[in-house]
Ligand binder design. Structure first.
Ligand SMILES: C[S@@+](CC[C@H](N)C(=O)[O-])C[C@H]1O[C@@H](n2cnc3c(N)ncnc32)[C@H](O)[C@@H]1O
Length: 268
């Protein structure tokens, strides 16, 4: 079980963060997604230690976006399963396409673009990420008809939204990147902000079946690159639910011989 503390440290800002301090970078013209930093200024949302120490190369370094923002590459990283997992998550959002949807953490590839295409005329999407460079990248990816989309610089463990304010919350491949104590807080926050009758959708890694050859391929990859990911092989996402959520309706589906899972929790 991972045990890294949730302490945050503040490192000198990479170039991309300095750019986002420029008020000009937050300006928005009609039709564009808004980058709302009023809900958490850069100074008040420090980068988590695990992100800086373990995932800086994937999400924080100025070159990371240039390297990883490729649909074929994110698909390769998921062994060709990106579209299947994306669509499995989006299917859960369909009944809420006219409501308020929250995506916790940006994703390389076309996940958010596809989500916005599912929005009905009254649907709204908020996207949260702790890394300004990722929010800037997402803003650039969204097309000009994105006026019902707001991007927020926030930490998943401390969402600055009211209780029960979203019809659906989606957390796509974030939990495996977080140390256990951080993951517990992310799950609790996702459940806190969803309305009664709404859904929280998690898509992430899972322990593959014994006969799945990827089980043996993934052990050294995850152990060396994603040190907290094996937690999701050892335990169920529901093990990290807050006590008050233990009796909620939970639906779990696995994919690709068990290597991936979707867990949908319906709030009461
Ligand atoms: C959703 S996960 C990984 C998704 C997937 N592997 C991909 O292709 O992007 C990566 C994102 O989570 C963000 N992130 C990590 N920890 C976070 C936190 N505590 N709060 C908000 N965002 C976080 C990172 O900045 C990054 O943009």
């Amino acid at each position: 079980m991972s045990s890294e503390s949730a302490h945050t440290v503040t490192l000198p800002q990479p170039q991309s963060l300095e750019r986002s301090n420029d008020p000009a970078s937050a300006t928005h013209t009609e039709g564009e997604a808004t980058l709302d930093e009023s809900s958490g200024t850069l100074a008040h949302v420090p980068l988590p230690a695990y992100l800086q120490q373990t995932y800086w190369w994937a999400y924080l370094h100025p070159a990371s976006v240039r390297i990883f923002e490729r649909q074929w590459l994110v698909n390769l990283i998921l062994w060709g399963n990106f579209a299947k997992l994306r669509d499995a998550a989006l299917k859960e959002l369909e009944p809420f396409s006219h409501g308020d949807i929250l995506q916790v953490a940006c994703v390389y590839g076309d996940f958010t673009e596809r989500l916005t295409q599912c929005l009905g005329p009254t649907g709204r999407l908020d996207v949260v990420d702790v890394a300004p460079v990722q929010l800037e990248n997402l803003k650039a990816k969204l097309d000009r008809d994105a006026s019902r989309i707001s991007l927020h610089h926030q930490d998943s463990t401390n969402l600055r939204f009211a209780d029960a304010s979203y019809d659906c919350v989606v957390v796509f491949f974030l939990l495996h990147e977080q140390p256990e104590n951080v993951r517990i807080r992310t799950i609790a926050q996702a459940l806190r902000v969803v309305k009664p009758g709404g859904k929280v959708v998690f898509v992430d890694y899972h322990r593959p079946d014994w006969l799945n050859p990827f089980r043996y391929v993934m052990i050294p990859i995850l152990a060396s690159l994603e040190p907290f990911a094996m937690d999701l092989w050892r335990r169920e996402i529901t093990d990290w639910l807050p006590d008050e959520a233990r009796n909620l309706a939970i639906d779990k589906q696995t994919f690709f011989g068990g290597l991936y899972q979707k867990v949908v929790i319906t709030a009461e």
